[in-house]
Structures are given as C-alpha cells and as structure tokens.
Design a protein around this ligand. Structure first.
Ligand SMILES: CC(C)(COP(=O)(O)OP(=O)(O)OC[C@H]1O[C@@H](n2cnc3c(N)ncnc32)[C@H](O)[C@@H]1OP(=O)(O)O)[C@@H](O)C(=O)NCCC(=O)NCCS
Length: 311
C-alpha cells in the first residue's frame, strides 16, 4: 500500500493529469521503440474537461505532498460505466495506486452496471488490473490511418439512401423541433447499437467541430449516423444494417477535405470496414487497443466508437 491521498479532481488539476497521461504512456511506449506522443496536449485536455464536466464525481486524483501523481476518470451512461483514463506517474507505479483509484470510482459491487474500458494491448499491467474486476479484454479496436490512395474502392451509399448534415436537421434555435428530432434519432440508434444513449458526448463532438450526418433511406427512415472532421478523424459511426457500414465510411472519407492523413477506430468485429480501409490505402497503426467489458452491451459489428477514451 502507499501513502498517497485520493481526492476528487478539481478543474485546476486537468493540466497535470494531461501531463501524467503523456509521461506514463511515453514511458512504456518508449521502451517498445514507438513514437512519443506529440507535445500538444490540447485534444486530451479538452477530453478531460468533457469527462470532468459530465462526471465530476468519477474523476479522482492521487496526491503526494501536494503534487498530483496519478488520476482516473470514468463516465456513467445509463447502465454503462466506462473507464476512460487511469494513469500513474512511472516512478509511482506498481505500489497499488492504480488499484486504489479504481476502487474509489467503481460502482458498488452487485449492482446492474456494465463495466467497460479500452486498453493498449501492449500493457499487461492495466489489462491485468482491470481483469481482476471482471473487465476482461474481448475485442481488438484497430487504429487504421493514412491516405486514400484507391478512391475507386470506396462504395457509394445504397440507392435512395441520403446523408443529411446534422445542421440541416437542427437548423432552428437550440431546443427547437429540429434539435429534438435529431437528438431522438441519434439516441434511438445509440440505444440499439451501443446499448445506451450518450447525448452529452454527441454535444462534445459537435463543439469539437466534427461534422455529423444522419443517413436516411428511400422512405425517410433513419438508418445510421456518422461523423467526420477536417483533422482527418472519421467516426463514430452507427449503422442499423451492417451492410451500411462500408458505404457510410466511403461517404465520410470523402465528405470533407482532410488537412492530413485520415484515421478511424475500427472494432475487429466490423470486418467490412477493416477490409475497405486497407483496400483504400490506409494502414494499421501501433498495437491494437483491446475493448474490455464485464458483460456484452454493444454491437461492435455496427458501431465504430469515438475513441479508446470515449465510446
Ligand atoms: C496501468 C496503471 C494505471 C496501473 O497502476 P499501478 O499503480 O501501477 O498498478 P497497481 O500497483 O495498483 O496494480 C497493478 C496490478 O496489475 C497486476 N499485474 C501486473 N502485471 C500483470 C500481468 N502481467 N498480468 C496480470 N496482472 C498483472 C498486479 O498484480 C496488480 O494487481 P493486484 O493489485 O491485484 O496484485 C499504471 O501502471 C500506468 O499508469 N501505466 C502506464 C499507463 C497505462 O497503461 N495506463 C492505462 C491505460 S488504459
């Protein structure tokens, strides 16, 4: 055991948490001769701010002599408890701090929560620690990135299916009928494919500047949604019919001009998406992440998550 004290995070801790995130990842990836994380922490800080805004009670830090040495953050979306972050400064690892942080924010044993997270496959310690709580690695989450060098393999949307920009549907004032229609269409897809709604995460994606599209079939029924971003990031993606996953990806890869390489997080269960992206010229990047859970909750053949930090 260790003499750190654990307390709820404050907004002022977020910068230190982002630095611990970078330091502890670079520590083990460096030993594997992988590239270090870029210095710009802007994106991870915005994610931490989102986690803190939606679930302040599930964001905790460990402190020694007034210095933050570790942190953990989870989100609760209906039944789903998802561990987004757990990082301990390298010098402080293997002394029980990760376990203490986790025990502080885990839901009470015996409840109906589904526990889940996404872990680097190159990290036996975190895989081992979370498995002790029943959060067991079940499915690879593949980072596929690069440039579309074979655009001719990207399928078109099925005849009659259209991609409607979110802004076209939610064009009126906030809270108006367009916003309500969009939110309920997206929530219904999320309940069906992810097992839970997460409108707060969709708001985050839109404030980040990601462009959302709702897919509608020839009779106007909602059949999926997807996001794309000028940074090159594509996803999340939800498709009511598995056969729509590849055409929707084809649409998203072409929908906005990308400033650089494009990148998609693809669960191994979504085989058609993997084949399409590799055929189009993208490549596997780094080791796979492992989607881990205590019991099945989502259909990863038809749902491509936001990132390992937020489903
Ligand atoms: C992963 C991390 C958060 C764990 O925190 P920590 O304080 O070092 O871990 P703890 O000492 O609390 O616990 C480690 C546990 O892993 C177990 N473990 C270690 N190696 C293992 C292995 N190869 N197989 C199974 N279990 C293993 C230990 O036995 C211990 O479990 P126990 O408490 O039941 O005995 C921390 O090491 C870290 O930040 N690592 C680098 C970044 C990272 O990978 N973060 C996780 C991202 S999802």
């Amino acid at each position: 055991m260790t003499d750190v004290s654990i307390r709820p995070a404050a907004a002022a801790d977020i910068q230190a948490c982002a630095e611990i995130w970078r330091e502890s990842i670079n520590d083990y990836t460096g030993r594997l001769n992988q590239h270090p994380i870029p210095d710009d922490l802007g994106r991870i800080i915005r994610l931490h701010q989102h986690l803190f805004a939606t679930d302040p009670g599930l964001f905790v830090v460990a402190e020694r002599e007034g210095r933050v040495v570790a942190f953990a953050a989870a989100v609760r979306r209906d039944r789903l408890w998802f561990l987004s972050m757990c990082f301990v400064r390298p010098r402080e690892q293997a002394r029980g701090i990760g376990r203490q942080l986790l025990e502080t924010i885990l839901p009470p044993a015996g409840g109906d929560a589904v526990l889940a997270t996404a872990i680097d496959s190159a990290q036996p310690v975190s895989n081992g620690l979370y498995s002790r709580f029943g959060i067991i690695p079940r499915l690879p989450l593949l980072s596929i990135s690069g440039y579309v060098t074979h655009p001719e393999v990207l399928p078109d949307l099925p005849p009659g299916t259209v991609a409607v920009p979110f802004e076209t549907i939610a064009s009126g004032p906030p809270g108006g009928p367009g916003h309500t229609e969009l939110t309920s269409a997206v929530n219904a897809l999320d309940r069906e494919l992810l097992g839970v709604e997460h409108p707060q995460d969709h708001r985050f994606l839109r404030t980040e500047g990601r462009h959302g599209y709702l897919y509608r079939d020839a009779i106007g029924a909602t059949v999926g949604y997807g996001y794309t971003w000028e940074t090159g990031r594509v996803g999340p993606l939800a498709a009511r019919d598995e056969a729509l996953v590849a055409p929707a990806l084809g649409h998203l890869l072409r929908a906005v001009p990308s400033r650089g390489a494009q990148a998609v997080w693809v669960p191994g269960a979504a085989g058609s998406a993997v084949e399409l992206l590799l055929g189009a010229g993208l490549r596997f990047e780094d080791f796979p992440i492992l989607l881990s859970w205590s019991e099945p909750f989502a259909d990863f053949e038809r749902y491509l998550p936001i990132s390992p930090g937020l489903l």
